[in-house]
Design a protein around this ligand. Structure first.
Ligand SMILES: [Zn+2]
Length: 460
């Protein structure tokens, strides 16, 4: 049981109200006033907690950067990342209560941004306040980076980190976004896959032709695209582009050990994937998790000819495919781009290859970093159960701004319930988990402080 509970309990109403106040602010891209209001709200909150706050301008929305130094000369530092923008609330009719009127129901707070991400970064801020109340000072220097463009893919975040390496750098970065593990169990995730996406375009004749009168006379763009795609991936799911796997970092023994401790329940995995249970039962737990730590290549969509009701006997003039490649350390999106470009130029010079902007590097933090064990203990104290430690998640986040640009370890520790419904209607966060997250932050700050020096004594 954490000693921070009495402090958190004594602020219950106040902190719940502030969380609601944040959710009431329509901090959407389309509402400039809402973005200004949330920045004002956060600046005020951080300022009154003793942080120096500045706005780092970008060509889009500014990044809020706040810092409060520990008085300890040898103190370590932690960078906490969050975002103040939210997803649009459409379709508003699908909400049981209005998205920007935070409403309590069944122990949850409903509203857009409750979990994604206001409840999570405010929990960090209140965790800082809890530590300050108990000790009068912070055991570690705390830096907040709260950006306003996460929901549009963080296009300017890498440049901000690149240009402010020194001030933003810390001993460890913590991101709390997205849902906790199934069963609302705490989790520390050590990495993410990167992403690189592109489009292929095939053009044959200037227009669609009659498949009878012109069959065998004009090229069929749909067939051409299918043939070219089949040269990119084998039927056993291996990418055929030369050099693609060369830089892939092999799995480490410690990753296999971590996987052994993770849950694997074929019926619930099958339900979550929407596939028959037999296909999941063919995998061991190692197979399942290692698949998510391996590069993947997906056709995201195909477009050609006519596929509506009835039938249209044509030879399609054009065909398009949208594809994405998920990358693992140490694959570099620029290198993958070059490999695809060169391979396609060699095997299919007639096919147009168009890389899409918005690449993300993969990112990974070693499980042996001392912060991992320290935070595992801190979370166990806060939640009364041990967190899962996941070596890598399948999805992509701009986590490389910490690991690659700053060169520091980065841990993803989600605070919202597994069914937070982020991005959908009726987004919510369990109120008990909000308060638990505050305790979790307080415990984590203490644990990180102990890594760099002797424990502090309470002032109260
Ligand atoms: Zn989101």
């Amino acid at each position: 049981m954490s000693d921070f509970w009495p402090i958190v309990e004594s602020h219950r109403e106040e902190w719940l109200e502030l969380w609601k106040e944040a959710v009431r602010i329509r901090s959407l891209k389309a509402e400039a006033n809402g973005l200004a209001a949330i920045k004002g709200f956060l600046r005020q909150m951080l300022g009154s907690a003793g942080f120096t706050v500045e706005e780092i301008p970008t060509p889009g929305e500014p990044v809020l950067f706040a810092e409060r130094k520990s008085v300890r000369p040898d103190a370590a530092s932690v960078l906490i990342y969050g975002h103040y923008d939210v997803q649009p609330a459409d379709p508003v009719e699908a909400w049981e209560s209005p998205p920007f009127e935070p409403t309590e129901r069944n122990g949850r707070l409903f509203g857009r941004g409750t979990g994604d991400n206001k409840g999570q970064h405010l929990a960090h801020l209140f965790g800082v306040l809890a530590v300050l109340q108990r000790f009068g000072d912070l055991p570690v220097t705390v830096k907040f980076v709260i950006e306003g463009e996460e929901e549009s893919g963080s296009p300017h975040l890498p440049a901000v980190f690149d240009q402010h390496r020194e001030s933003l750098s810390a001993d460890v970065a913590i991101t709390s976004d997205g849902p906790m593990a199934m069963g609302d169990r705490p989790m520390i995730c050590l990495g993410v896959r990167g992403i690189f996406s592109f489009e292929l375009r095939v053009s044959g004749a200037r227009f669609d032709n009659h498949s009878g009168h012109k069959g065998n006379l004009v090229p069929n763009s749909a067939w051409r695209l299918v043939h070219v795609l089949s040269e990119l991936l084998s039927t056993d799911n291996r990418v055929l582009v030369p050099g693609f796997y060369d830089e892939v970092e092999p799995l480490r023994a410690i990753d296999r050990e971590l996987i052994e401790a993770l849950p694997f329940d074929p019926p619930s995995v099958a339900a979550a994937l929407g596939v028959p249970e037999e296909s999941v039962r063919r995998w061991t737990k190692q197979d399942y998790y290692q698949r998510l730590m391996t590069p993947s290549f997906s056709i995201n969509g195909l477009e050609s000819g006519y596929a509506g009701p009835g039938h249209k006997s044509i030879i399609p003039a054009t065909a398009r495919a949208l594809c994405d490649v998920r990358l693992v350390p140490n694959q570099d999106p620029a290198m993958i781009d070059r490999q695809f470009r060169e391979y396609l130029a060699a095997i299919a010079p007639d096919v147009e290859y168009i890389p899409h902007p918005g690449w993300m590097y993969p990112s990974r933090t070693g499980a042996a970093h001392p912060a991992v064990a320290a935070l595992q203990e801190a979370l166990t104290r806060a939640y009364g159960m041990e967190p899962y430690v996941e070596p890598m998640m399948g999805g992509s986040l701009p986590d490389y701004v910490f690991t690659r640009i700053l060169g520091i370890p980065s841990l993803i520790i989600p605070y919202a319930n597994h069914d937070e419904g982020n991005h959908g209607p009726n987004e919510n966060m369990r109120i008990d988990l909000f308060f638990r997250a505050i305790v979790a932050t307080a415990e984590m700050l203490m644990a990180l402080g102990n890594l760099s020096g002797p424990a502090q004594q309470p002032v109260h």
